[in-house]
Design a protein around this ligand. Sequence first.
Ligand code: B12
Length: 216
Amino acid sequence: MSEYDFKPIIDAVVDGEGDDVVELVQGALDAGIPATDIIDQGLVPGMQIVSDKYDQKEYFVPDLAASADAMTEALDILKPLLDQSESEDKGTVVIGVVKECSQEIGKNIVAAMLSGAGYKVYDLGTNVSPDAFIAKVKEVHADILAMSNPMLQTTKYLKEAAEKLEAEGLRDKVKITIGGASTTAATKDQVLADAWSKDGNECIQVCGRLMEELRA
Ligand code: B12
């Protein structure tokens, strides 16, 4: 943990003030704070407060959208700084948000962190059908399929993708990892996935383990 005061960044995310967030993030970078610390200790805790306010009916969808936009603007600055190990080849990951969902901030963070950790990442964006996931996995010979599921009602698509992968005879060649606000460690077994992670840092550890299993 650095001594840096992340509260102004947290507050600006909570207030949905994109310009302020960008300025403060730039200030943190200028002060030598690593991009991952800015995400983990500034942006994500800010969004957590936003989530709590939404749960308590203090915030509504337009407030979420303002904070989400502020966070996205900040991530656009930070993403290139996470992409630092292009020469490494840790493995190939196909990532996306499941069908019927357009909530992508968490997935964007995980994708950027995986890429920064040396994985070749194919990001399919949001609203990705099980068929589209499998088609990309086959096209790029992916090692890992990483699916983000922010909403409970779309959990079925995680399982559908796993079943389709099995039907293609690829289940022993491709590992499936999942995450997102509406998943827990228990979801992994329900949807026939290999792993679940709570955040990007954990996902990097988990993908390292999955790659070892594939290469064993
Ligand atoms: C911001 C937000 C929005 C924004 C999204 C903007 C965007 N461009 O992405 C907007 C306003 C668009 C939105 C819309 C909706 N939202 Co919303 N939203 C949120 C909120 C408050 C925060 C999400 C977020 O960005 N968090 C910050 C990121 C960093 O966290 P994260 O997404 O959890 O990701 C982290 C981990 O989960 C993990 N992770 C994420 N993906 C992956 C993938 C892998 C492979 C791995 C390993 C890990 C991983 O790592 C990430 C980094 O730490 C959540 C509340 C919450 N508790 O999450 C609700 C929430 C997800 N939304 C919800 C709902 C209901 C909706 C709407 C239906 C609301 C409506 N009535 O219109 C719509 C759905 C639209 C649709 N079909 O997609 C519900 C879902 C409830 C449920 N159980 O199904 C939540 C949980 C709020 C709630 N408590 O009710 N939302």
